[in-house]
Every structure is written in structure tokens, then in C-alpha cells.
Design a protein around this ligand. Structure first.
Ligand SMILES: O=P(O)(O)OC[C@@H](O)[C@@H](O)c1c[nH]c2ccccc12
Length: 255
């Protein structure tokens, strides 16, 4: 069974997802970081494919993406690295990338590689769910890949319901209408209350601007989980060589 599906079957609240950019801070750090996150019982690991033109990304993600590209990270290298650790990691891994990159690589080849290297799901923020449903759904299913779509405070109620139906992984709830990487949380509480009252039927997690235990607990009031990206990358940036220790103490601070 797909690991993401398996996770949601036995745990559907108080989830934590951590996002990390592949190839950051150094080209060979990603396998080590993934193992550390898993060892510290992170529920889902989101791995970002570095990209030169990231639409939704704030300064922290952009900076890590640029560094990772300068380090030489490519999709081929990432798949090789994921392959090398897949037996050791029990948490589901979700890849985050842009639709363009994936289409350039070749969608079927990409999905094939995802399955072979232990990836369970995908977040392609610029892939419209209409296109997914009309053109790609069968292929994602063939390679056992769950798909996540984003909703923001600007998404209409009708679309939210359609996205909930189209999602096979989890719905990504963007906490406010800002880019990623805010250093303080900025929950749009009216939006979150509204989502709660809509009663999404798929697992859903909140991301954007989450960094502390308090932020995480607040997210858990509205959704199954919290997603942390930039705050974690700032921890890596300040780790001064001791990545394992830095990861452990940050995760401890969230619990
Ligand atoms: O960095 P933040 O504010 O903690 O938010 C998570 C986010 O970075 C991560 O999930 C992500 C990275 N790039 C994205 C692009 C679109 C949506 C989400 C993302």
C-alpha cells in the first residue's frame, strides 16, 4: 500500500510535515537530513526539487533553491539519493516541484522514478487539478503516486470542494495569502474557520509561516497537520556543520 495512505489510515491528527530543499545546504546532505527527520518521527517528509523560477516561494526557499542548483542538484541525482535511503526511511516522502520541470523531464519517466525511489506523493503547485483529472490521473495511479492540491484564502468554495474531491494525498491549506517563509505566523482565521465548517473529507494540512510549537498547535485545531518549510531551512542554515544535532533540537522544540 502507498505509505501516505497507510499513514492516514492509522494517524489522522497532530501530524507534522517538514519541507526541505533537495541539495541544500550541500549536495550530499539530503539523504542525511531525510534519515534524521525520520529518526525524529516526523510524519511526512516533503522534498523540494530546486528550481530557478519558483512562483510561490519566499526568500528563504528561493535562497536554498539557488544554493542547491549551484551545488549541482538535478532530478537524476535526487532520485539516486532517494533510492539510496529508501529502505531506511519509514515516513512517506512527498516531492514538491513545478509542473514545468516535471514536463521537461518527461511526466511518465518522472512518475516511474518516483515510484522506484520510494516517493509516495507529489505536490505540483502550478498543475491545475482540471489538467490532472483530464490528462494525468491514470498515469499517477499507475505509478502509485498520490497528489496534493493547494487551496488559499482566495480559492472559491466551489473550487475547494472540487479540489477536495480531486486530491488523493492531502489538501494543502495555505494559511494566508502570502508567499512562503514568513518568520511569524499569519493565520487567516476566518478562512480556516470556513474550511473547518466545510468539512473536508480528505486529510488536510496547513502550511506557510509555521515555525514554533504554538503555531503547530494552532494548525492542529483546524487541520490534520502542520507543514514547516522555511523555519526548518533556517535551522539547517545555522547548523554550523552539526546538522543532526540541529535537527533534533528543533524537532524537540516542536513537541
Ligand atoms: O516555508 P513555509 O512558510 O514554512 O511554508 C512551507 C512551504 O515552504 C513548502 O511547503 C513549500 C515550498 N515551496 C512551495 C511552493 C508552493 C507551496 C508550498 C511550498
Amino acid at each position: 500500500m502507498n505509505k501516505l495512505e497507510q499513514l492516514f489510515n492509522y494517524k489522522n491528527k497532530n501530524l507534522i510535515t517538514i519541507y526541505t530543499t533537495a541539495g541544500y545546504p550541500n549536495l550530499l546532505d539530503t539523504p542525511v537530513i531525510l534519515k534524521e527527520l525520520d529518526k525524529n518521527n516526523i510524519d511526512i517528509i516533503e522534498v523540494g526539487i530546486p528550481y530557478s523560477d519558483p512562483l510561490a516561494d519566499g526568500p528563504t526557499i528561493q535562497e536554498t533553491s539557488e544554493k542547491a542548483l549551484a551545488n549541482g542538484m538535478t532530478l537524476d541525482i535526487l532520485f539516486e539519493q532517494l533510492n539510496s535511503v529508501k529502505e531506511e526511511i519509514s515516513a512517506p516522502i512527498v516531492l514538491m516541484g513545478y509542473y514545468n520541470q516535471v514536463m521537461t523531464f518527461g511526466l511518465e519517466k518522472f512518475l516511474q522514478n518516483c515510484e522506484a525511489s520510494g516517493v509516495s506523493g507529489l505536490i505540483l503547485p502550478d498543475m491545475p487539478y482540471e489538467i490532472y483529472l483530464a490528462q494525468h490521473k491514470a498515469l499517477f495511479e499507475k505509478y502509485n503516486q498520490k497528489v496534493t492540491f493547494l487551496i488559499t484564502p482566495l480559492t472559491s468554495e466551489k473550487r475547494i470542494k472540487e479540489i477536495n474531491d480531486a486530491t488523493s494525498g492531502f489538501v494543502y491549506i495555505v494559511s494566508s495569502s502570502a508567499t512562503t517563509g514568513a518568520t511569524t505566523s499569519n493565520y487567516n482565521e476566518d478562512f480556516l474557520e470556513n474550511i473547518k465548517s466545510l468539512g473536508l473529507t480528505k486529510p488536510h494540512q496547513i502550511g506557510f509561516g509555521i515555525s514554533t510549537k504554538e503555531d503547530v498547535e494552532k494548525a492542529w485545531n483546524y487541520a490534520n497537520g502542520a507543514i514547516i518549510g522555511s523555519a526548518f531551512l533556517r535551522v539547517l542554515k545555522q547548523a554550523n556543520g552539526n546538522i543532526s544535532q540541529a535537527i533534533k533540537s528543533y524537532i524537540d522544540s516542536l513537541k
